[in-house]
Design a protein around this ligand. Structure first.
Ligand code: SAM
Length: 283
């Protein structure tokens, strides 16, 4: 018997991966968690039937969500990760010796426990001594800080279910307040291709722009996410991600990355015309 994982990318489009076995199926108070093993993508996990991380292509997402802000401001020392329960974002951050403190707040401790057990390739650095884990709603957590972080990374689920609050105006305003005067906010910004995702992307961009003087979007190719074309938001109080890219400093670190490099950094901000147009509609 063949077993397939099938995800609905739209009501009329489906994406399937042949699976070897299902390793876990569990309902937490917040979401349905499933872990699978497959020939093509290795282990992968889903929340509420949506792909979060696969062993084969997670490097693309985690390289792009971490190294783009870090190469723009290599002085970053204190970071807040909101969501990110699989640990991949923290894993990339811990590669920087200059980072002194990482807070990670995920609403769901069960996701983190499952990933620690079944996805060691992403979760292996959650025990780094610079990392502090908090289990609560990121929307509430961020409210209590002012002028605290150099970088906030929103590594969240999509804007429905527990992740909904992480796409609101209130949340972006509180992130602005929690950042230092040269702080950077990076968030996963959905895909521009399918209308339901694209409208979430435009809404998020509009809300972020209300607070941050520098606000751009960059892209990556992620095969297992809807349409394979994924966007990230880059918002900042001071640094421009292209003009202020410190390629020399970043390359001197000699980090061995599988996707990110400093040429691609600039290229990732060069968007296709239909995406530019969609973003201009909200400018
Ligand atoms: N790379 C992923 C993607 O875009 O598909 C995101 C992965 S990460 C696993 C998303 C995490 O966000 C989950 O662990 C989930 O529990 C967490 N999350 C969702 N809503 C949250 C909230 N309001 N506060 C904090 N964490 C939240």
């Amino acid at each position: 018997m063949e077993l397939w994982y099938t995800e609905e990318h739209t009501p009329t489009v489906r994406f399937s991966i042949k699976i070897k076995e299902q390793l876990l199926s569990k309902k937490s108070p917040f979401q349905q968690i499933d872990v699978f093993d497959s020939e093509e993508f290795g282990r992968f996990f889903t929340l509420d039937g949506l792909m979060m991380v696969t062993e084969k292509d997670e490097f693309i997402y985690h390289d792009m969500i971490v190294h783009v802000p870090m190469a723009t401001n290599p002085q970053i020392k204190k970071v807040l990760v909101i969501g990110g329960g699989d640990g991949g974002t923290v894993r990339e951050l811990t590669r920087y010796k200059t980072i002194e403190h990482i807070d990670m707040v995920d609403i769901d401790q069960i996701v983190v426990d499952v990933c620690k057990k079944l996805l060691p390739f992403t979760s292996k650095k959650l025990s780094d001594k610079r990392v502090n884990l908090y289990f609560e709603d990121g929307l509430k957590f961020v409210r209590r800080f002012e002028n605290e972080y150099d970088l906030i990374i929103v590594d969240s689920t999509d804007p429905f279910g527990p992740g909904e609050g992480l796409f609101t105006k209130e949340f972006y305003g509180n992130c602005f307040k929690a950042l230092k005067k040269d702080g950077i906010l990076v968030n996963q910004h959905e895909n521009p291709y399918y209308e339901s995702y694209s409208s979430a992307m435009r809404r998020a961009h509009k809300r972020i722009k209300e607070f941050f003087p520098i606000c751009s979007v960059y892209q990556a190719h992620i095969p297992t996410y809807p349409s394979g074309h994924w966007l990230f938001g880059f918002a900042s109080k001071k640094y421009d991600p292209i003009k202020d890219l410190d390629a020399e400093a970043w390359n001197a670190l000699k980090l061995d990355t599988k996707y990110y490099n400093t040429d691609l950094h600039t290229g990732a901000f060069m968007l296709p015309n239909y995406v530019k147009k969609a973003l201009e509609q909200v400018d």
